[in-house]
Write a protein that binds this ligand. Structure first.
Ligand SMILES: NC(=O)c1ccc[n+]([C@@H]2O[C@H](COP(=O)([O-])OP(=O)(O)OC[C@H]3O[C@@H](n4cnc5c(N)ncnc54)[C@H](O)[C@@H]3O)[C@@H](O)[C@H]2O)c1
Length: 333
C-alpha cells in the first residue's frame, strides 16, 4: 500500500508508541526516517523496518520529509511541534497534546501560521469499537445518547525512557496520560461538559494515578469514567465502556492477556430495548495505522484528524479534574 506521491515521514522518539507508529508507516509503504536519542534503539528499529536514521536538524532540513510524527515524552511535544511547523512540516503528535492548555493553544496557532496540518493521536477515534459507538450515537438509530460509563485500568508504566512517565511534571500521571483517552471519548460523544468532579488517589510520585470522574453535559447526558495505573503488575490491561442510548445499550469489553502483552479478548454487544442481545462483529483494523493513514490523506484531501483544539478541550477537562482532585484531597498509595 503506497500512497501516491508520498514523501518521507520523520518519526521522532522510537520508544513504546514510536515503534507502533513506525510499523504502521512501513505497512502503509511510507519511507521513514527515525530520529531517536537512544542510538541502539534507533539502529535496531531502522534495521528491522528498512528505515533511515537522522538527527532532528537533518529531519528539519530534509525537503523529502513532509511529515513529522512526534512520539516523544509529553513535555517535549510543544517545542518539537513548533519547530517542525515553522520549518514547513505537517505534524502528527501523540496525545496528550501537551500538559497545559496554553501549550496546546500555542501549537494550534503555530499550525495556523504555518498553514500546515497538526493532528493529535487520540486514537479512540479510529479504534473500531469506539468508532462504532460514536457512529451509533450520531446516527440517532437508537435515539440520543444518555450516559456513558468507561474504564481504563493498568499497572504503573516502568519501561519509559529515563522513567519519564513516573515524573508528573513530564507525563501528568494517569489523569493526563491514560484517563484523557476516555475524556476525549466522552467529549466526542457529548460535546463539552458543563460540570466536572472527581475523586482519586495519588501515587508516591505525587501524580493522580487513579481517578474517578463525573462529567455532566447539561441536559445532554452524563459520564462516569475511571482511569488507573495503580493496579498490580499481574492485572491485565483492561478497557471497557457502556453507552446507554434512548433505545439501547452498547457494551464493550477488552482485556489484554497480561499487562499489555499476551492474547487479548474483546466483545461488543448491543442490547436493544426490544428484542434479544445482538453481539457485534467488531470491524477489523489497526487503529494506529488507520489514524496515520487518515492524517496522510488529510494533507491533500478528505481525511479525519483530531485537531489540537479538540485535544485541548480534553486537556482542559483534565486540568479541571486535577483542580477538583486537589480541592478534595485524596488518599496516597
Ligand atoms: N495513543 C496511545 O495509545 C499512546 C500509548 C502510549 C504512549 N502514548 C504517548 O506517546 C508519547 C510517548 O510515549 P512512550 O510510551 O512511547 O514513551 P517512551 O519513553 O517509550 O518513548 C519515548 C522515546 O523518545 C525518545 N526521546 C526522548 N527525547 C528525545 C529527543 N530529544 N530526541 C529523540 N528521541 C527522544 C526516548 O529515547 C524514547 O525512546 C507520550 O506522549 C505518550 O503519552 C500514546
Amino acid at each position: 500500500m503506497k500512497p501516491a506521491g508520498s514523501r518521507s515521514v520523520g518519526l521522532v522518539g522510537a520508544g513504546f508508541i514510536g515503534e507502533v507508529h513506525a510499523k504502521a508507516w512501513r505497512a502503509l509503504g511510507v519511507p521513514l526516517k527515525i530520529c531517536e536519542e537512544d542510538p541502539g534503539r534507533s539502529a535496531r528499529l531502522a534495521g528491522q523496518l528498512g528505515a533511515g536514521q537522522a538527527s532532528w536538524e537533518e529531519l528539519l532540513d530534509d525537503p523529502e520529509v513532509a511529515t513529522i510524527d512526534l512520539c516523544l515524552p509529553t513535555d517535549l511535544h510543544r517545542r518539537f511541534a513548533e519547530q517542525a511547523l515553522a520549518r514547513g512540516k505537517h505534524v502528527f503528535c501523540e496525545k496528550p497534546v501537551a500538559l497545559r492548555t496554553e501549550d496546546a493553544a500555542a501549537m494550534e496557532q503555530a499550525a495556523r501560521s504555518a498553514g500546515k496540518l497538526l493532528g493529535i493521536g487520540h486514537v479512540l477515534h479510529f479504534w473500531p469499537a469506539y468508532r462504532f459507538a460514536h457512529q451509533l450515537a450520531s446516527s440517532g438509530r437508537y435515539g440520543a445518547p444518555l450516559s456513558l460509563s468507561a474504564r481504563r485500568l493498568g499497572t504503573a508504566v516502568t519501561w519509559s525512557a529515563g522513567n519519564w512517565m513516573q515524573d508528573p511534571a513530564r507525563s501528568g500521571g494517569a489523569l493526563f496520560d491514560l484517563h484523557i483517552h476516555d475524556l476525549d471519548f466522552a467529549l466526542w460523544i457529548f460535546g463539552a461538559p458543563t460540570e466536572v468532579g472527581a475523586a482519586g488517589r495519588r501515587s508516591s510520585s505525587g501524580a493522580w494515578d487513579a481517578v474517578n470522574s463525573l462529567l455532566r453535559f447539561g441536559e445532554r447526558g452524563c459520564a462516569n469514567l475511571e482511569g488507573s495505573l495503580l493496579l498490580p503488575p499481574s492485572f491485565p490491561f483492561t478497557m471497557d465502556f457502556r453507552l446507554d442510548l434512548e433505545g439501547a445499550s452498547l457494551l464493550y469489553r477488552f482485556q489484554a492477556g497480561a499487562n499489555l502483552g499476551g492474547a487479548s479478548t474483546e466483545e461488543l454487544v448491543l442490547y436493544p430495548k426490544e428484542g434479544a442481545a445482538e453481539p457485534q462483529v467488531i470491524p477489523e483494523g489497526d487503529p494506529y495505522l488507520l489514524e496515520l493513514q487518515s492524517f496522510l490523506a488529510a494533507q491533500s484531501g478528505p481525511g479525519e484528524v483530531v485537531t489540537a483544539a479538540e485535544a485541548g478541550l480534553a486537556l482542559q477537562v483534565a486540568q479541571e479534574l486535577r483542580a477538583a482532585l486537589e480541592r478534595g484531597g485524596g488518599a496516597m498509595g
